[in-house]
Design a protein around this ligand. Structure first.
Ligand SMILES: *[C@@H]1O[C@H](CO)[C@@H](O)[C@H](O)[C@H]1NC(C)=O
Ligand SMILES: *[C@@H]1O[C@H](CO)[C@@H](O)[C@H](O)[C@H]1NC(C)=O
Ligand SMILES: *[C@@H]1O[C@H](CO)[C@@H](O)[C@H](O)[C@H]1NC(C)=O
Length: 320
């Protein structure tokens, strides 16, 4: 009940809302009421409606404002006020494409059904899609998905893997979440299983600035020239730096393998001095063998349902 009244206060500027969003609002509120309390503060949070705004002035889409997060914190006012601020806040962006509905469903389960995130950490997970040129069917279905789950981040780009999507993601995040900055921003893929508590534990003792963390890729005698695209994390200052660095765009340095290029930007800009290689606790699955390890932070190459099932079984998700 409280949620409904507080969410009315949330949308005072209805002129800013987009039509599909307005249509979907009742559904979104339902989701906020039903889904979010069950997540609780100790779980991975993905609370906040994705905002889907086709045709805001331009032909582009605007990025989610995270406005609905306020629904959650307002409705849980008492807990928010008494609970200590988390020691670290991590945003996890899972880069995926609109049509991969089935995979998103599985990855959503993978994040929802994990041991509780430790109380000192807040981890928000978003699926990151490009919203420009999205086909009309996907536009509708993704809008419903955003209303139901509130975990979709739409970027102003055309879907691509090695043509600037990662740059758009890291550029958008500091603007989108400017009012509630995270300590760390992660980019990962929809064939990576991330164990959130293990990652939070790893990050807890790390510097909160100038940090670049992941599966280090060795080039020459540099053991960590860049971090493998399966999943890497940067501190907020680096995401902000990427978002405002015009040289990256001027030198057309967004076309090519995204992970290698990300390292290149940082190397040229002399950023990311606090580098940490999380091998072997981040790894690729072997093509022929399910070589999971008990101390996994992130495992990559989970490319089909059989392997996802195997991952759930191995990490005891199915025995809970
Ligand atoms: C989306 O990107 C295009 C091309 O870079 C730009 O012209 C446009 O203003 C952007 N739209 C929004 C809503 O940011
Ligand atoms: C940037 O690189 C892409 C791919 O190599 C190329 O198609 C495009 O024309 C380049 N743009 C500029 C401004 O150099
Ligand atoms: C899963 O549970 C079994 C039995 O309790 C245990 O031996 C194993 O270490 C657990 N696996 C992981 C990855 O925690």
């Amino acid at each position: 009940m409280k949620t409904v009244s507080s969410s009315q206060a949330l949308f005072p500027t209805s002129s800013k809302l987009c039509t599909p969003y307005l249509l979907l609002l009742p559904l979104g509120l339902l989701a906020a009421v039903v889904v979010i309390p069950s997540l609780g503060s100790s779980h991975v949070r993905s609370n906040g409606l994705g905002v889907l705004c086709p045709g805001l002035d331009t032909d582009g889409y605007s990025v989610a404002s995270g406005a609905a997060e306020k629904v959650v914190s307002t409705s849980a006012e008492t807990t928010t006020l008494t609970a200590p601020q988390p020691e670290l806040r991590l945003l996890v962006g899972v880069l995926t494409t609109p049509k991969r509905y089935e995979r998103r469903g599985i990855v959503r389960l993978a994040y929802a059904l994990q041991p509780a995130t430790p109380a000192y950490a807040q981890v928000d997970v978003r699926f990151v899609l490009c919203g420009v040129g999205i086909d009309p069917v996907d536009r509708t279905l993704v809008a419903l998905e955003a209303a139901q789950h509130g975990d979709i981040l739409l970027l102003n780009c055309t879907e691509n893997m090695n043509d600037g999507k990662t740059h758009e993601y890291f550029s958008s995040v500091p603007r989108t979440f400017a009012e509630t900055p995270y300590d760390y921003v992660m980019k990962t893929d929809d064939d990576t299983y991330l164990r959130v508590a293990a990652m939070a534990d790893e990050l807890r003792s790390k510097p909160r600035d100038d940090a670049y963390i992941g599966y280090g890729f060795e080039v020459g005698d540099d053991p960590m020239q860049f971090m493998h695209g399966m999943g890497y994390i940067v501190s907020w200052d680096i995401a902000s730096w990427v978002s405002t660095n015009e040289d990256i765009l001027r030198y057309n340095d967004t076309h090519g393998p995204e992970d290698l290029l990300f390292g290149k930007w940082l190397n040229i800009g002399k950023r990311g001095k606090n580098r940490y290689d999380l091998k072997p606790r981040m790894y690729d699955l072997n093509w022929f063998r399910d070589n999971f390890r008990p101390d996994t932070i992130a495992v990559h190459m989970i490319k089909d349902n059989r392997r996802w099932a195997e991952a759930f079984r191995y990490f005891n998700v199915t025995s809970a």
